[in-house]
Design a protein around this ligand. Structure first.
Ligand SMILES: NC(=O)c1ccc[n+]([C@@H]2O[C@H](COP(=O)([O-])OP(=O)(O)OC[C@H]3O[C@@H](n4cnc5c(N)ncnc54)[C@H](OP(=O)(O)O)[C@@H]3O)[C@@H](O)[C@H]2O)c1
Ligand SMILES: [Zn+2]
Ligand SMILES: [Zn+2]
Length: 348
């Protein structure tokens, strides 16, 4: 074991504070990574504040962070894909059983025995896993990804959650150039959804509650921007969408978006608000529309997404801040000021 520096929350109401945590020494299949950048996902905030207590209660102290990019410090004797000095990335998953059907098919995000990067039982050290708000992490090489060398590293970090969480449903529901695609909520996930759907050739419409984001939405690749609180503008879009990606972090009227789908259209929830959303049966029945959800992505698809971003030169728009300012970054995220992802740098 060795000690790493980290930021942790002691309770649902306490700020994140500097601390030290134990990391395992790398065993034969492990990669030890010096973390350079870690994105701040809204899921980190939900988890730190125990807003998902009904589904995954938070165990304190909690060290969040699952958008990790760094440099390989050490590798175990059996590691073949990485050597010291290589760039490496880690997302939301650090382990799975590798034997179930989901794992065999490279869909580790559905493995009943996966281990999430933080707030999950740690099979090695006991207690729970600690995430990327830290200067070092040790991960089995199977769960370590390669970052294309042309990508800006800080901008690449959010690809590990915001990128794959939007890429996976776009690919699964076959978003291509003939499709009209809506993206609801222009935050960390939403802005990646816009970039990726645009790169896949779709006609992209952004729905936002923030008038000041309009120019940015167009710059990011949107073909149209709709102010979702303007009922007349919403009405003009009724029945026209093949696919809508809902990346909103808080309670909102999902019915207003279901009505925008055409026959057999699908709206996928990637946003995970604290409270359940109300759905009218009729909005789904009329038009045979579907409402679905999608979690992150498996390892092969996450690497595919990183390579796709390398080919299309896609990274997140980031605000890089020192980890000491993490609590301010949470406040900025809650007040909608982050454009569009805050990324922590670790003290050297
Ligand atoms: N499915 C998964 O595997 C997965 C993975 C990662 C994250 N998530 C979840 O996805 C959600 C978004 O994460 P994020 O990191 O992108 O968050 P974020 O950066 O805070 O963005 C959320 C966006 O939602 C919109 N919004 C916020 N409050 C709203 C309200 N009261 N009414 C309407 N719109 C509102 C805002 O967009 P506008 O200003 O444009 O309106 C905001 O930018 C979170 O719930 C997170 O936990 C899920
Ligand atoms: Zn996330
Ligand atoms: Zn499995």
């Amino acid at each position: 074991m060795y000690k790493a520096n980290a930021y942790s929350a002691a309770s649902a109401t306490s700020p994140l504070n500097s601390t030290t945590i134990a990391r395992r020494d790398p065993s034969e299949h492990d990669v030890q990574i010096d973390i350079l950048f870690c994105g701040i996902c809204h899921s980190d905030l939900h988890q730190v504040r125990d807003e998902w207590s009904g589904v995954m209660p938070t165990i304190y102290p909690c060290v969040p962070g699952h958008e990790i990019v760094g440099s390989v410090a050490k590798v175990g004797s059996a590691v073949s894909r990485f050597k010291p000095g290589d760039l490496a990335a880690v997302g939301c998953l650090v382990d799975s059983d590798r034997t179930c059907r989901e794992c065999q098919e490279g869909q580790e995000q559905f493995c009943p025995n996966f281990t999430l990067t933080y707030n999950f039982p740690d099979r090695h050290l006991g207690g729970v896993t600690y995430g990327g708000y830290s200067d070092s992490i040790v991960v089995d090489e199977r769960f370590v990804l390669r970052v294309p060398s042309n990508l800006d590293l800080a901008g690449a970090a959010p690809l590990l959650c915001a990128g794959i969480t939007t890429y996976s449903p776009l690919r699964h529901w076959n978003v291509t150039k003939d499709k009209k695609v809506g993206v609801v909520g222009l935050g960390g996930l939403g802005h990646m959804g816009v970039k990726l759907a645009h790169a896949l050739g779709a006609h992209v419409v952004v729905f936002t509650t923030s008038p000041k984001k309009k120019d940015d939405a167009l710059r990011l690749g949107a073909d149209e921007v709709v102010m979702s609180r303007n009922t007349d503008d919403m009405q003009k879009q009724v029945g026209s969408f093949d696919f809508i990606l809902d990346a909103v972090s808080a309670d909102h009227d999902i019915g207003a978006y279901i009505n925008l789908l055409r026959r057999d259209g699908n709206i996928v929830l990637v946003g995970a608000p604290e409270k359940p959303l109300a759905v009218s049966s009729f909005s789904l029945i009329m038009g045979r529309r579907s409402l679905s959800g999608s979690p992150i992505g498996g390892l092969p698809e996450t690497q595919e997404m990183l390579d796709f971003c390398g080919q299309h030169n896609i990274t997140a728009d980031v605000e890089v801040i020192p980890i000491q300012k993490v609590n301010e970054a949470y406040d900025r995220m809650m007040s909608g000021k982050v454009q569009f992802r805050a990324v922590l740098t670790m003290p050297s």
